[in-house]
Design a protein around this ligand. Structure first.
Ligand SMILES: Cc1cc2nc3c(=O)[nH]c(=O)nc-3n(C[C@H](O)[C@H](O)[C@H](O)COP(=O)(O)OP(=O)(O)OC[C@H]3O[C@@H](n4cnc5c(N)ncnc54)[C@H](O)[C@@H]3O)c2cc1C
Length: 461
């Protein structure tokens, strides 16, 4: 008992926790049965899954549910409140019918941390070659739904309900035209003349992507998602708390593990940089991305000012000054983000180098912007890029096993490796993970994605 009190005091010190959130640590685990809200199989996207898979899941969940009915998840910690962490939090609260308590530990305020705070905001399910990424359509549906939820709280986080992927050479033209034929509900081919006249780009044509493909102001979106989480928590008489605190070693991590029913590591590059999971070798690489925030010095063609164009590098509008939380915006000026570098070396490119590289690779997309824009700021963030596997670069989700204790299961889960696909994948993988955590059963994930544990092959003893 004395040890427990001591432990709680250490935790309070480490995380600057206030009384309210410490109550979450004390919450005991009564043995009432786990209940997911009665909405069928929550993480299936209607219309996009075959019936056989649904039936298989139905049988398996019935048995795992029976097996796990003794253990109720009441109290969850999430380390990292970016796209991964907040999507998981929202789904946990949405799926649980019990008064779940969720605490997010983040070193920054909502919408200000990690890669999410500096993302370009482009959401679509296509690879640069115009191929649909694995689970692309299901992921689009889920993320689209989350954006709909968020816009109820902050409509301005949706900047444009479409974006353009531009072809700059013949090979690209062929690839993108194929995509338009195959996925006509999402992609329309526009000729060189149409693109160049409408958008002022110097291109060989391109795709207009819509029907869920969109441009998001990610910091605003995360703030809206946070509000949505607070609302979901109220509905189930639960709670959600944001603890501004940086976890920076394996000891603080273990303390969390002892005080929650489940701990989800969703701290992006922070997982590696702050050594949060020292036992686990994640198959990832950290890649820095720097972008330019540009102001327009004078009025240019009004359509071009508001459109997002992509061809590897991208140009995307930011919300108007009135709606933005960024204190660095100058009133009366339109702002754009031009991004982003892919830096593999530990030494950061200088601001001049960033400018030169991005200008070389994106001038054709927006010549007027480059000619009339003034650089206001350079932002920088780390992508956590997962290694390429059979299905491309897939996110990492699952339970952490303790190698030292002979691969035994722990209460810790991970959601990482969103690479450059945070927006498209955060909804679907967040939903799957939330369901597995609430059921305290990792095998739930295999019903959705058979090879979800591909990343564990690195960690086999
Ligand atoms: C320049 C750039 C542009 C991008 N553009 C796009 C785009 O247009 N579309 C797209 O889909 N994706 C884009 N991405 C990728 C996208 O941003 C990421 O996939 C996504 O944000 C990852 O989300 P995450 O929640 O996993 O990690 P993060 O966003 O990095 O969030 C991690 C959170 O954990 C917190 N944290 C970290 N360490 C600790 C710690 N030790 N203790 C407590 N808290 C901690 C951080 O403060 C942060 O809030 C871009 C990435 C970059 C870098």
């Amino acid at each position: 008992m004395t040890k427990l009190i001591l432990l709680l005091q250490v935790l309070r010190y480490l995380f600057c926790a206030d009384g309210a959130s410490m109550n979450a640590l004390h919450a005991g685990a009564s043995m009432s049965m786990l209940q997911l809200r009665p909405r069928g199989f929550p993480c299936f996207v209607s219309g996009s899954q075959d019936r056989r898979r649904r039936r298989a899941l139905s049988t398996t969940l019935a048995t795992t549910h029976e097996r796990n009915r003794q253990r109720e998840i009441k109290n969850v910690a999430i380390v990292g409140g970016g796209l991964a962490g907040l999507s998981t939090a929202w789904h946990l609260l949405e799926l649980s019918s019990n008064p779940l308590q969720v605490t997010i530990y983040d070193r920054c305020m909502v919408g200000n941390g990690g890669a999410s705070a500096v993302a370009g905001g482009l959401m679509h399910p296509f690879s640069p070659k115009g191929k649909l990424i694995h689970f692309g359509l299901e992921a689009l549906e889920k993320s689209k739904h989350l954006v709909q939820v968020a816009t109820k709280y902050q409509p301005s986080c949706l900047i444009q309900p479409h974006l353009y992927r531009i072809a700059l050479n013949e090979v690209n033209v062929q690839q993108l035209q194929d995509a338009a034929l195959k996925y006509s509900e999402l992609a329309i081919w526009l000729s060189r003349g149409e693109i160049n006249n409408q958008l002022g780009a110097d291109s060989m044509g391109g795709l207009k992507l819509s029907n869920g493909c969109q441009v998001i102001h990610v910091p605003g979106y995360l703030q809206a998602l946070w509000e949505a989480c607070e609302n979901e928590a109220k509905e189930i008489n639960g709670s959600i708390t944001w603890e501004m605190s940086r976890l920076n070693d394996a000891t603080s991590v273990r303390l969390l593990d002892m005080n929650y029913d489940a701990v989800i590591y969703a701290a992006g590059a922070g997982i590696i940089q702050d050594n949060l999971l020292d036992d686990v070798a994640l198959p990832v690489q950290l890649i820095r991305g720097q972008s330019l925030l540009m102001n327009l010095s004078e009025q240019i063609d009004s359509i071009q000012q508001n459109e997002a164009l992509l061809c590897g590098k991208y140009v995307a509008p930011l919300p108007s000054v009135d709606n933005s939380s960024s204190s660095q915006m100058s009133p009366g000026k339109r702002q754009f983000i031009i991004g982003a570098t892919h830096e593999f070396k530990s030494t950061k490119l200088t601001q001049n180098e960033v400018f030169e590289e991005l200008k070389q690779r994106s001038y054709q997309l927006a010549p007027k912007l480059w000619d009339h824009g003034v650089v206001q700021n350079v932002t920088s963030g780390m992508r956590m890029q997962s290694n390429r596997g059979k299905y491309g670069r897939m996110p990492i989700i699952g339970r952490i096993t303790n190698l030292k204790a002979g691969n035994s299961q722990t209460k810790s889960w991970v959601f990482a490796g969103l690479s450059s696909r945070g927006l498209i994948y955060h909804g679907l993988f967040g939903c799957w993970l939330a369901e597995a955590v609430l059921r305290d059963d990792e095998q739930v994930l295999s019903q959705y994605f058979e090879e979800f544990d591909w990343w564990k092959s690195n960690n086999k003893s």
